[in-house]
Design a protein around this ligand. Structure first.
Ligand code: GAL
Length: 724
């Protein structure tokens, strides 16, 4: 849209008027709640002016679990009236967490619901607010008041996207196009709230070569309440794209569906080592390590060079025991089966640092949410072994929120609730198989799910967890917002305090506990996480299984963070959303397309991110196995240099990210963020980042490919390579 034209500025708000509409950059802001604030004639001149591109925390206000109001004042020039005979759009952007919106005193929209509402609290922080209003509500040529009541749980809150926009609605405000795979077909549905006409085009292409297999268009008339349906047969590695172009609107609708396609070649039947090349343990702490060899079972294991006190179970391939003496112990890990044998050079580092490569394992949250139980955890743990994921280095089994009893015991200690009959037995079983146990808590009195937190019981909890055999703690800020009043203390030290406190007690336990901070990246945690002895820190809010969330975290949020990652301390962009997710008992397939899932795993591999699987492993499908168990892709994530990738190129929707590897190679991801596939001349792309090679390794397909060629990178997909 062409922006810029006439009139700029008003005394109160920063307003710009363009040919098609009006943009509002600021508003009056007030913490609290009062129904009178929806009234256009209310005098808000004493309220401070806030910009709409930064949340209220960034403008110096902490206001967790509370209401606040924005009042946007905007003169809508009479000249714009023309062309608005039908509807006007109020585009407010996303609002963290809920909103109710009035235009000149008339309620015009509500998204989410507040605590106390009959339907209960429903947070919708990321959803764009696009309210269609009747033009008769507008005071043309005069000042209009848009009053927005916002509720926010936790921090941060409010507007944050940038200017609000008052203009013409788009086709997308009236029509939706959705598509899904069903019985070997793509079934698409086009629905509108307007009678209109346009063209539907169906394009079928080979997902690997990008070759167009079929294309046909049809003129259609759309009528409200009469969905227009398209059904297209779909076999093999095929992507079907459906495009709708409307005769009356400039924008169109587009969707595509792709059959999941497997790129990772099957593992050989003979043993192959797929695990990390280094493992750190503190002197005297239990060694818990499972040798990650794929290949047919039964398999026999051997290890050369073990220090005194560390022993191998030769049938299971599990190291246990402990070593008192600080040192670097070069080992040779060996495995043999009927089909052959393999070995790997490995270093056991006995010293102060643990977490020398990013943690790999499973966490209950993205699948089970608060419905987690010991039975569900055991099912995933057993499947980690039976389905062979443990042969690729996945070793942590982490219980997230909702394991806690309702009340503390009379002596102040914590117990699990009835869904977890025996934590110690769970820990023992995991350890006997070389796997590790993780737990979740909060420095507040309550967790995000409303369960008991560790406030004032930090030492007791650390001891209890150690007695169950806990090896990993995710410590989630959440309820701590109620305890700590940051409006009185903005210092970084204040944000560090609860984490330092727990760290001290974790260190007192006779075992290594990987310390994972979860405070959504507040107070630039990456700058101080390592100083509170954290092994990783969440850099973002919660991930969701959609492109906006995953790519927003993976590309934007992580941009500047690579200098802070390294052996022992990692940036954590949140857990994986591949396979079945649902945050409840209602599981569904990830809403990321197959290409988006390849992008997700490639990015997390490049970024040396924690690889915590978020789906039930016992329900894993072959496609998801292929994503999680590609040894060459995982080897980049686990590379012992521990260098997180950085972005080299951001041009025309193509992003190139790369990282150095310990063997002198370089891993390079060429990502296509466009809505259509893009041919990439590989040698040309490499030249842009100063690299030259005749052939490179295609990591997903595990084969060498020439660079003097064009490769089609699918929409939202990736070409992930290693340059030797
Ligand atoms: C959130 C956290 C999630 C999950 C959840 C549990 O704060 O970011 O990953 O742990 O709490 O209630």
């Amino acid at each position: 849209m062409k922006r810029i034209l006439f009139v700029l500025g008003l005394t109160l708000c920063c307003v710009a008027v363009w040919a098609q509409g009006v943009s509002v950059e600021t508003a009056r802001f007030q913490v609290g709640d009062n129904p009178a604030w929806s009234n256009p004639s209310f005098d808000d001149s004493a309220w401070p002016v806030f910009t709409l591109d930064k949340d209220w925390n960034e403008q110096g206000v902490r206001n967790p679990d509370n209401f606040a109001w924005y009042r946007l004042h905007v003169v809508i020039p009479a000249e714009l009236k023309e062309g608005y005979s039908k509807d006007v759009l109020l585009d407010l952007g996303p609002i963290d967490d809920t909103d109710e919106t009035w235009l000149n005193g008339v309620m015009v929209g509500k998204t989410g619901s507040n605590p106390g509402d009959p339907e209960g609290y429903n947070c919708r922080w990321s959803e764009p607010r696009r309210y269609i209003v009747d033009p008769s509500l507008i005071r043309w040529g005069q000042e209009n008041v848009i009053a927005v009541r916002v509720y926010n749980a936790g921090d941060p809150g409010g507007f944050f996207r940038g200017p609000a926009w008052i203009g013409k609605p788009l086709l997308g405000d009236y029509a939706t196009l959705s598509a899904a795979r069903e019985d070997g077909k793509v079934k698409a549905v086009l629905e509108t709230r307007l009678k209109t006409r346009g063209t539907v085009t169906v394009i079928k292409e080979d997902v690997l070569s990008g070759e167009q297999l079929e294309k046909n268009s049809r003129k259609v008339t759309l009528t409200p309440q009469k969905p227009y349906r398209v059904s297209v047969p779909m076999e093999g590695r095929v992507r079907v794209q459906i495009v709708y172009a409307d005769d009356n609107f400039e924008d169109g609708l587009e969707t595509s569906v792709c059959n999941p396609y497997i790129l990772t070649p099957p593992a050989p039947a003979a043993p192959r080592y797929n695990g990390p090349l280094v493992f750190g343990v503190r002197p005297g702490s239990p060694v818990i390590f499972r040798l990650a060899f794929s290949g047919e079972r039964p398999m026999k294991f051997a290890v050369e060079g073990l220090p005194e006190g560390v022993v191998l179970d030769a049938d299971k391939g599990v190291l246990s025991g402990s070593c008192q003496t600080v040192g670097e112990y070069p080992l040779v890990l060996k495995a043999t089966n009927d089909k052959g044998s393999a070995q790997a050079a490995f270093t056991l580092k006995v010293g102060p640092q643990i977490g020398l490569t990013p943690p790999m394992g499973w966490n209950s949250w993205n699948c089970w949410g608060l419905s987690v139980s010991q039975e569900k955890v055991m099912a995933s743990a057993a499947a980690l072994i039976n389905r062979g994921l443990a042969d690729y280095g996945y070793s942590y089994i982490n219980i997230d929120d909702a394991w806690e009893a309702e009340e503390r015991n009379p002596d102040g200690t914590i117990s699990p609730n009835e869904k977890f009959p025996d934590m110690k037995a769970l820990g023992d079983w995991l350890h006997s198989n070389g796997l590790k146990l993780g737990i979740y808590s909060s420095p507040g009195d309550r967790t995000c799910g409303g369960y008991l937190g560790s406030l004032d019981h930090e030492e007791q909890d650390a001891k209890t967890w150690a007695s169950w055999g806990v090896d990993y703690l995710k410590y989630d800020w959440c309820g701590y917002s109620k305890v700590f009043d940051p409006s009185k203390d903005h210092s970084t030290a204040a944000s560090m305090r609860p984490y330092v406190k727990m760290q001290q007690y974790l260190r007192e336990q006779p075992r290594d506990i990987f310390y994972s901070l979860c405070q959504y990246g507040n107070a630039k945690v990456w700058e101080w996480g390592a100083f509170v002895d954290a092994n990783s820190w969440r850099t973002t809010g919660d991930i969701q299984d959609n492109w906006e969330s995953m790519s927003g975290i993976g590309f934007s949020n992580q941009l500047e963070l690579y200098p802070y990652a390294g052996p022992g301390h990692w940036n954590d962009p949140d857990m994986l959303v591949v396979g079945k997710v649902g945050w409840s008992n209602n599981l569904r397939d990830s809403r990321l397309t197959p290409d988006e899932q390849y992008t997700h795993i490639s990015l997390w591999s490049l970024q040396a991110a924690n690889l915590l699987i978020g789906c039930p492993i016992d329900q894993l499908d072959d496609f998801t196995f292929n994503l999680l168990c590609n040894n060459e892709v995982n080897a980049v994530n686990q590379d012992i240099l521990g260098q997180q990738a950085h972005e080299d190129v951001n041009e025309d929707g193509i992003r190139i990210w790369s990282r150095d590897l310990y063997d002198g190679g370089k891993a390079v991801g060429i990502f296509n963020l466009n809505g259509a596939s893009v041919p990439v001349q590989l040698d040309g792309a490499l030249e842009k980042i100063g690299l030259k090679a005749d052939t490179v390794r295609d990591l997903w397909r595990q084969k060498d490919i020439p660079t003097a060629a064009q490769y089609k990178v699918p929409s939202h997909g990736v070409l992930y390579i290693k340059v030797k």
